[in-house]
Design a protein. Sequence first.
Length: 753
Amino acid sequence: MRTITKARLWIAVAITFLFVASTNGQAQADVASHVDPFIGTSTNWIQDVANTLPGATVPFGMLYWSPDRVDGNFYKFEGTTTRGFSLTHLSGPGCSVFGDVPILPILGSVDVPPPQQPEVYQASYKPEEQSAQPGYYAVQLASGIEVQLAAAARSGIAHLNYPENNELRTIIVDLSRNLTRVDGTEIRVQGKTVTGSVESGEFCGAENHYRLYFSLRVNQQPESLGTFDELKVRPGSGSWGGLRAGGYLTFSSKVETVEVKVGISYVSVENAALNMEREIPGWDFADTKNAARAAWNDALGHIEVQGGTDTQQKIFYTALYHSLLHPSVFSDVNGEYLGFDGRVHRAGKRVQYANFSGWDIYRCQVQLIAILFPGIASDMAQSLVADAEQGGGLPIWPVANDESGVMVGDPSDLILSNFYAFGAQDFDTRAALKAMVKGADNPESHARLYAERPGLASYLKSGYVAQQEGVSSSAGAAAVTLENANADFAIAKLAEALGEADIAQRFLLRSANWRHIFDPETKYIRARDERGNFLPDFSPAKTDGFVEGNAAQYTWMVPYDLAGIVEAVGGPDAAIVRLDDYFSEYGRWTGSGYTAHFFISNEPSFGDPWIYNWTGSAWRTQEVVRKSLSDLFLDSPGGIPGNDDLGATSAWAVWGSLGLYPEIPGVGGWTLNTPAFPKATLHMGRGALEIRAEGGPAKAYIEGVTLDGKPISNFWVERKQLRAVSHLDFALSERASNSIRGVPPSFPPPPAK
């Protein structure tokens, strides 16, 4: 194991969650000023909200303090009421989860039980009365109460300013409400302290569960306190529990401000208090706000873009901000965390992370985290290894310390292989590979209650997952087959890197399984039934056999063998014709399926714009990526096209803006497009890389590319190449060019013996 980096040490002790300064020793730039946390908080023209949040959090923070709507749905910028400011959130998922421990300041006393009459305890505000910046959120409520929130990694502080009047000031902690369903609560109110826990889970209707503990303190002595449930308010009561418990603190009308500190933990109330004491030892709100801002400046400063408009910079840095929100810190300041086995473990010198949106983030987000923060990414990788050791298998979509089984495929294989390929290698790679192979070979492998690879027995027997009518585990069989083949390729690449030639060869052969579901007659990927027949009544726009997509979109999802899929659809000329039609309009969500076009709102389409690079028409990639960035990523609350999925869609925009895209899973390299800025500097561990595109963004086409002055022969650069140079230069033109003739690599399996 290499020496722990300064960044990881700061996280381990977690006082302010600061990152290592970016390389050059100069004063830190205030790049956080370019971030607008309200981007993505409203519905866009594709009719699918990004589900981002404006609340206070730090990079990869456990605590995410943000307002919730009264109906329990996702926050929207245009909303005008809140039921409170809860401590835990995920940014951008398709299903609600968390939203635990909403805290609401009101004027007056608690006279009726909040769970019984929730409409009495909600606050209204005007959308324009909100403000947000990285690590900070504020709103002026219609009651006259001003709420300001600031965050550390596992704790936060609120500054509540009350209007001058004769009404009592009350803080309600209503444990009965969150964004899914509360299964149990405990609360204790004593003096200036409120502590307790909430049991919940059921992400997307799954059978996952967690318990969150909290410890809250105020800096003023309350005049009275109490608890409540759905039946009764209990003035003076110091503790209560059940499904609908909560508590409150009431202060004199003479009190002008109240400071509230709170820590959270998934281990214990004691650890929640320790997190709060270590991270926010005093009561200076500005200190925490400034520390969060510094942490964000340091994290965002790992990429410095120059040129373009203020709006373009705002869109870019907001996308980078959203890319660095998750996965989330899960271990406490003392290193303890609750494992998938329900036992308390110690992370030691590393940090345990949770909340991996597997199906979404493996395609381009984890690669971004790996090159910018290899130490943090290594800890994330080791977290998945620990989850597998404690839970029986690698998870698909872990929430807190349990598996939800949401979405399909075996994405942890791709996450781990991508982390390694892009420089995050300080984890137990042998244990990772062992867990990956087990899940890929053993149909009985489970992560908690959920099979690691549903339909694996069919896949191993036939080379594809057969679509079984009425059997949910095989729903979307063609999609699952492709996901498994991609995961097999990722296993092959990690095995190859670790010198395990036999494993590499075996899984590389398995990655050819996409060919079993490619129909040579229609020249599309199609699902087969148990008799081996393709499903009837085919059209490219139909979703039968696919997951959140159709044959038009999934047929291209063979990124490791794009030369093979281009040849299969009829060769470069035929592929270009199909791609031109595919990109002729942006797919829209219709409520009953998808059109047969590019649909950036969902991850299977992410890599498609760069396929032109494999057809000899790279200039079309340059057009499509530029158009996607300019048309779909906007400086507005509706400025993200579809669910952001914990930063996955935003990471796409970051890569597209830089002119690099990590197309091939498990392979440390990028295919290229025209950068959106004339200059960008990436601080990647050992040194800085300048990406220069003089004449951009006005000039949209690439005439040539050089690495430290040496021209490249195709639209592909490897990580080891970028690590060896200081400049990646794009020569741009106003007109399309085919001056670079070579195509990027493909990794087809060898012919069967």
